[in-house]
Design a protein around this ligand. Structure first.
Ligand code: SAM
Length: 226
């Protein structure tokens, strides 16, 4: 898979993409990241990528020409996704869908956002990582990349572990415990130490269901609608 990120701060992503699962997936040849500095596609000597908004009001808007040039220079940008609080919620299903793409291009906005004509011309979908406003699309791009790359076959050493993560089967996951069995006056549930796999499975299913009902009943509604 090839993931392109268009940003005015490529250095924001460099470190995190070299670490942990995104970094190991790149080393294993499962994914290639291309960080594209939008300023290189600006045409003036100040490398300007933003301008005042039409209609007035505070803040600046990212100019269309540098995005046009950066996207036009990409051979096969694949699915073009703009990170935006105005986008549809990014969730596990979206991550699975993106993981099936061979090429993904992420656009990071700053300031008031990207000139809408870029979105109209190039963007297949806008996604939001939550109902809050970040200063820029770069942390959102990292969230999307991490969630997508861990789904690539071979990215995780232990596929069984991913399969018991939240959302994989539509529910939140059961809580996890490790040694010591007693810690600070609290015990890890005896059933998890019993070695009885069918009881362990039943306990985990019960706790996953309970957590989902309490915290995310919307997930149960969604499944019912499928
Ligand atoms: N004026 C925009 C609005 O109200 O919808 C907010 C712009 S925000 C300050 C700057 C950039 O951060 C956006 O263009 C987007 O790329 C990114 N961003 C902010 N919040 C985000 C979110 N929840 N999900 C994804 N990207 C986000």
């Amino acid at each position: 898979m090839r993931i392109n990120v268009i940003t005015i701060f490529p250095e924001y992503l460099e470190g995190p993409l070299g670490l942990s699962i995104p970094g190991r997936a790149r080393e294993a040849g499962l994914v290639n990241y291309r960080l594209i500095d939008l300023r290189e596609y600006a045409t003036d000597r100040h490398r300007t990528t933003d301008d005042e908004p039409f209609g007035g009001g505070g803040g600046m808007v990212m100019k269309p020409e540098p995005f046009d040039a950066a996207l036009g220079a990409l051979e096969g940008p694949g699915r073009v996704v703009s990170l935006s609080p105005r986008g549809c919620p990014f969730d596990h299903r979206t991550a699975v869908r993106f993981a099936l793409e061979s090429d993904l291009t992420l656009l990071c906005g700053r300031y008031k956002g990207i000139d809408e004509r870029v979105t109209e011309k190039w963007v297949d979908e806008e996604v939001s990582i939550g109902d809050y406003v970040l200063s820029g699309g770069e942390p959102a791009a990292l969230v999307v990349i991490d969630a997508v790359v861990r789904l690539l076959p071979g990215a995780l050493g232990d596929h069984d572990s991913a399969a018991s993560d939240s959302f994989y089967e539509g529910l939140l996951s059961a809580p996890s415990y490790t040694r010591p069995a007693e810690h600070d006056g609290r015990s890890a549930p005896g059933v998890l130490r019993s070695g009885d796999h069918s009881r362990i499975e039943a306990w985990r299913a019960w706790r996953a269901d309970r957590a989902t009902r309490h915290r995310r009943p919307d997930l149960l509604d969604l499944d019912a609608a499928d």
